[in-house]
Write a protein that binds this ligand. Structure first.
Ligand code: FAD
Ligand code: N01
Length: 548
């Protein structure tokens, strides 16, 4: 039974736990399950009124995963995997949310989750080697370990447009979609943004609204999903070979069964290249990324893939001037997150859809009746902000986290995030970040990245218990070396060339640092395992009588 989310709890007497977990998405749920298995006392605090994280909040029309359902699901329990049936190649948001609720029920997790409770503050007590965690309900709890499962894409961001609050119609952010859904019938709708959320929602909104105006600042590369019902033979094959498939995904660069071609694009003659891209386009989804070995490291190779997609866009969109506006030109393909769509480009063939180039004619103001660009005024009934997230660091920065000597994490990260392995931060002992900056996280099938982090943290806590260790902390040298390595690897790729949320470019004033680790999930896993096997190399472990 979950605790009642509706009644205010007031200030509870302070209680002591082994671990506090913040967030009840894929990360927090599995973390709680693992800690229970170790016999540790743990509690999740979750701002939402239910489990699911991303899949609780992002309920916009068309929301679904773009990593295939069979792969975008937990692998830790064979029984769970055998009993759950995915219905589509890419599961819809409601189906993924049902799945996560099923997981929470099946493993009896909800009794240790405090819903509708936001963690506002976490302070490290150096004498006791414990964290004091406070919530917006006035609750205060002490825990030896604090585990941030707060999500890389959970801090929704609405840009500070002039006049934003004057609009008299309805506004929505894709990441905070109303649970009851939205009926756009007969409405003139403005959608701001053309990232994955817009690319999934625009075709659906356009089928309902009287007119949709899409305000595009940067065109995006998108490949077709070719979604559909999961054929029984595909599910059968998966269940038969699941152990092997999962093992491959865990050690693969992107945590995916990508079928990576090891040949460089430029070594293939043009006809071979063309037919390879065509074949991947027919398969759909992220298959495109594996067409050749050098797409994300060699600009010339990348150009061949980018031009292939641009040609596809020209072929789909009937009005050449609209097609021209939709062509991404100023960054290499896949260096902003590749989108996977169902009918996105074709939507611009509809009479009730207008594309506005918000780069050449920028949005100047939101008005009581709509939106004004430098060129025209648009009368709107609703505005959808598909404007993304303060990614990777936003949810952590929203909490007042204070480590040794009261130093604030925000202050430590004022020039960009610094971590050791994306798991721990020097000066913040016993604080773990699941899929933190400096880890593969958003560059992988995130469920595989999450499981790897959760397992590593759980094994680490078991080790600390066995060895009577009260605190663990990344050393300065290890953190410095890791940050340097993360940057060095990023600079061998084309990723830093794009103004993406990977480098914080979507948030005015955010330091430009490439945040995830692009060395590959398989390689990273091996490094993490070696570090643990060597007695937690790069970490300072202290046993301390005063603790607990
Ligand atoms: P989240 O699911 O973001 O959960 C974090 C939770 O922490 C949230 O519920 C939030 O309310 C809570 N929280 C945060 N701060 C606090 C606080 N201070 N106090 C209390 N609670 C707090 N990844 C893929 O690999 N494949 C996909 O196909 C894919 N599709 C996506 C589609 C969308 C629309 C989005 C936005 C992201 C998608 N992602 C995808 C990334 C996705 O975020 C991850 O796959 C995964 O769901 C993250 O799980 P998580 O538990 O780490 O974080
Ligand atoms: O957000 P985004 P998202 N004026 O940041 C524009 C995952 N995800 O929610 O590119 C005008 O990608 C901005 O323009 P620009 C996935 O990892 C997955 O779509 O900065 N426009 C951009 O077009 C994804 O990458 C799925 O120039 C402004 C858009 O808003 C991540 O979540 C589905 C603006 C934001 O795009 C985020 O995706 C959904 C301004 N001031 C999400 N500010 C799947 O398919 C921003 N924009 C699985």
């Amino acid at each position: 039974m979950s605790e009642s989310p509706s009644k205010p709890r007031g200030v509870e007497p302070s209680s002591a736990l082994d671990a506090v977990i913040v967030g009840a998405g894929f990360s927090g749920l599995y973390m709680l399950h693992r800690l229970r298995g170790l016999g540790l006392s743990a509690r999740i605090y979750e701002a939402g009124s239910g489990v699911g994280g991303t899949w609780f909040w992002n309920r916009y029309p068309g929301a679904r995963c773009d990593v295939e359902s069979l792969e975008y699901s937990y692998s830790f329990s064979e029984e769970l995997e055998r009993e759950w049936q995915w219905t589509e190649r890419y599961a819809s948001q409601p189906e993924i949310l049902r799945y996560l609720n099923h997981v929470a029920e099946r493993f009896d997790l909800k009794r240790d989750i405090r819903f509708e409770t936001r963690v506002t503050c976490a302070i490290f007590d150096e004498t006791a080697s414990r964290w004091t965690v406070q919530t917006d309900r006035g609750e205060r709890v002490s825990a030896q370990f604090c585990i941030m499962a707060t999500g890389c894409l959970s801090a929704a961001k609405i840009p500070d447009f002039k006049g934003r609050d004057t609009f008299q119609g309805k506004t929505y952010h894709t990441g905070h979609w109303p649970h009851e859904g939205v009926d756009f019938s007969g409405q003139r709708v403005g959608v701001i943004g053309t990232g994955s959320s817009a690319i999934q929602s625009v075709p659906n909104i356009a089928r309902q609204a009287s007119h949709v105006f899409v305000f595009q600042r940067t065109p995006n590369f998108s490949v077709p999903a070719h979604n559909g019902p999961l054929a029984p033979e595909v599910t059968r094959d998966w269940k038969m070979h699941r152990a092997e498939y999962r093992q491959r995904a865990r050690t693969a660069a992107f945590g995916l069964l990508l079928d990576q071609n090891e040949k460089p694009a430029l070594e293939a003659p043009p006809e071979e290249r063309q037919s390879a891209y065509e074949e991947r386009w027919r398969r759909g989804g992220f298959a495109m990324l594996g067409t050749f070995a050098d797409i994300i490291v060699n600009k010339e190779a990348n150009d061949t893939a980018a031009e292939f997609v641009r040609t596809k866009i020209r072929g789909i969109v009937r009005d050449p001037s609209v097609a021209e506006k939709l062509l991404p030109r100023d960054y290499p393909i896949a260096t902003k997150r590749l989108c996977v769509d169902t009918g996105y480009y074709a939507t611009f063939n509809r009479d009730n859809v207008t594309l506005i180039d918000a780069r050449t004619t920028p949005i100047q103001e939101i008005t009581p009746t709509g939106l004004r660009t430098s060129e025209a005024e648009y009368t709107l009934d609703s505005i959808v902000f598909a404007t993304g997230f303060d990614a990777m660091t936003g949810a952590l920065s929203n909490i007042d986290i204070r480590g040794r000597a009261g130093v604030a994490l925000k202050q430590k990260w004022s020039e960009g995030p610094r971590t050791y392995l994306g798991l721990m931060i020097t000066g913040f002992p016993n604080l773990f970040t699941i899929t933190g900056p400096g880890s593969p996280s958003v560059l992988a099938n995130m469920v595989m990245a999450i499981e790897q982090h959760v397992d590593w943290i759980a094994d680490c806590l078991a080790y600390l218990r066995q060895h009577d260790v009260a605190s663990i902390e990344a050393t300065v040298d290890a953190e410095n070396a890791w940050v340097a390595h993360v940057n060095e690897v990023a600079n061998t790729t084309l990723f830093p060339l794009a103004n993406s949320w990977y480098v914080g470019a979507n948030i005015p004033g955010k330091p430009r640092v490439f945040m995830p680790y692009i060395g590959g999930l398989g390689v990273y896993r091996q490094k993490c395992d070696e570090i643990a096997a060597n007695g937690y190399e790069g970490f300072a472990l202290h046993s301390c009588a005063v603790a607990s």
